[in-house]
Design a protein around this ligand. Structure first.
Ligand code: NAD
Length: 486
């Protein structure tokens, strides 16, 4: 059992922000309630606003209540929890402020006998990540115990900027102490991919190109960019969703079996897969990728009309593509992916399509294994059975459902990942070597798009609340293939 009594001071940069409010404070409360946080821990929230300790505590209280609308919370427990919170006004771009912050951390360290253990959580706009990491180092904020850095996405916007950020971080933190969050890796059904693949002969034995025809990963959102147009203009669907979440999901589907379940073995297997990735040529990008922008509807703006978006923007809000590896069990199996905003509904899912075979009964559907990650958690296998009153076959779903009791027990992704940081479990965080390959691949596609130089003509405007541009249905190698989720 991991040691539950790990004293520490947790410094949250961006303590007044949306992520801290909606995700981090409720997650910390859940860990506290379960006794997974030590009694001697302190959380120091920082941001520019001149809040008091008391005001931050009220905000934390409100955040926990909002996250648990249907639960009667133990008020005594809540108050005990919020007493661990402190606030320090801090502008991350002002070096002098780090001296004040340092004193505040030392004071809390003493008060809570926190063993000089520190976790720094960067819940801030990515442009500040490098500066904060450098200042932590230069202004001697590191403690004599452990020092861990938790960093949100995006980690750079291409390989060059990711490299620069990694250099800035690496003065202060060794790779083993950097926890790059990909919150998809905290989701129940994403964490279930490897156990499902490796513990079932029914699945494990067909997990190869002889039986699997293609794999399809869809991360669909119904929202548009809303207030985040400014950020989105520097990113786009490929960088915002494929570079991290989609690539991590594909990695879990296609990586070789690890030697064991340690973080080291799992990262080694992931890296072995990515060492075998086939980088697409420009011709392959032109053939196997498609991108688009959402158009307006009667009640919603087109992407080009959103606030802080350049009316001539070439930023894609939808992308579909294909990736292949030479190694791993799915070597040479086409893996298709797509993600977009303003699609029909929010849905994150994986469909694994099996090769079809001749049979004596006539037309049969492809066997598929579908894993629905969000918003309902479920997976099912589609198989054929006989029609009841006439000749022929009909598809049926064998469904693996989660009971209400199961669902109540599933922790939020952030709760899981924060706990992993506490107990030093790096399994579900992105290693620098994975990230390097992810960016190298994304850069290859972005470069091919730039070289096409056909600008807006290559961005299909797609109707909102459908499944993206029609061209996304034509990226399959085999004309008989189609998206299972339509
Ligand atoms: P936000 O804009 O709500 O919060 C930013 C915080 O930074 C605020 O507390 C603000 O006061 C503070 N800040 C801004 N400039 C500052 C400065 N110069 N000095 C000190 N503090 C300053 O942003 P957010 O939505 O909480 O996102 C934070 C990070 O988390 C981003 O990297 C984002 O990509 C990532 N993320 C957010 C979510 C989410 O649901 N909000 C989900 C996934 C990832």
């Amino acid at each position: 059992m991991p040691d539950k009594n790990i004293p520490l001071v947790l410094v949250i940069f961006g303590g007044s922000g949306d992520l801290a409010h909606r995700k981090l404070y409720p997650a910390l409360f859940n860990l506290f309630e379960q006794g997974l946080l030590a009694r001697n821990f302190a959380v120091l929230g920082t941001a520019r606003r001149p809040w008091t300790h008391e005001y931050l505590r009220e905000q934390v209280l409100e955040a926990v209540r909002e996250a648990n609308p249907d639960t009667e919370l133990d008020e005594h427990e809540l108050t005990a929890f919020t007493q661990h919170f402190y606030y320090q006004a801090h502008d991350v771009t002002n070096p002098d402020h780090y001296q004040t912050l340092k004193k505040a951390i030392s004071k809390l360290d003493q008060k809570y006998a926190a063993g000089h253990n520190r976790i720094f959580y960067l819940a801030m706009a990515p442009r500040f990540f490098g500066t904060i990491a450098e200042q932590i180092y230069e202004q001697h904020l590191l403690g004599d115990g452990f020092n861990r850095l938790v960093i949100e996405k995006p980690f750079g916007r291409d390989l060059k900027s990711a490299n620069k950020l990694n250099d800035q971080i690496s003065h202060a933190f060794a790779e083993k102490d950097v926890y790059r969050i990909d919150h998809y890796l905290g989701k129940e059904l994403v964490q279930n991919i490897l156990p499902m693949r490796l513990s079932n002969p029914l699945i494990k034995n067909i997990w190869n190109h002889r039986y699997i025809k293609n794999v399809q990963v869809t991360l669909a959102e119904s929202l548009g960019v809303e207030a985040r147009g400014g950020y989105y203009e520097t990113s786009g669907a490929l960088r915002d969703m494929v570079q991290n979440h989609i690539f991590q999901i594909i990695t879990l589907l296609a990586m070789p079996e690890p030697a064991d379940l340690t973080a080291g073995a799992i990262h080694a297997a992931k890296q072995a897969l990515w060492d075998s990735v086939i980088f697409p040529s420009s011709a392959m990008v032109a053939r196997n990728f498609t991108r688009g922008q959402y158009d307006k509807s009667s009640s919603t703006f087109a992407y080009l009309e959103e606030p802080n978006v350049d009316p001539k923007s070439l930023t894609e809000t939808f992308v579909a593509g294909e990736i292949k590896f030479l190694g791993g069990p799915l070597a040479k199996v086409p893996i298709f992916f797509r993600t977009g905003k303003r699609l029909r509904e929010k849905q994150s899912r994986i469909d694994i399509v099996l090769q079809s075979m001749n049979n004596l009964y006539g037309k049969a559907s492809s066997n598929t294994l579908s894993i629905i990650v969000d918003p309902v958690m479920r997976f099912y296998i589609t198989i054929n059975g006989k029609k009841i009153t006439e000749p022929g076959l009909r598809p049926e779903n064998l469904v693996y459902r989660f009971s209400d009791e199961d669902l109540r027990q599933v922790p939020d992704g952030y709760e899981r990942l924060l706990h992993d940081v506490l107990v030093e479990d790096r399994t579900n965080f992105t290693h620098w070597r994975e990230l390097e390959k992810f960016w190298e691949y994304i850069d290859t596609v972005e470069d091919a798009w730039l070289a096409e130089d056909k600008g807006i003509d290559h961005l299909d405007q797609y109707a909102p609340f459908k499944m993206g541009p029609a061209a996304a249905n034509k990226i399959f190698e085999d004309a008989s293939d189609h998206w299972i989720y339509r």
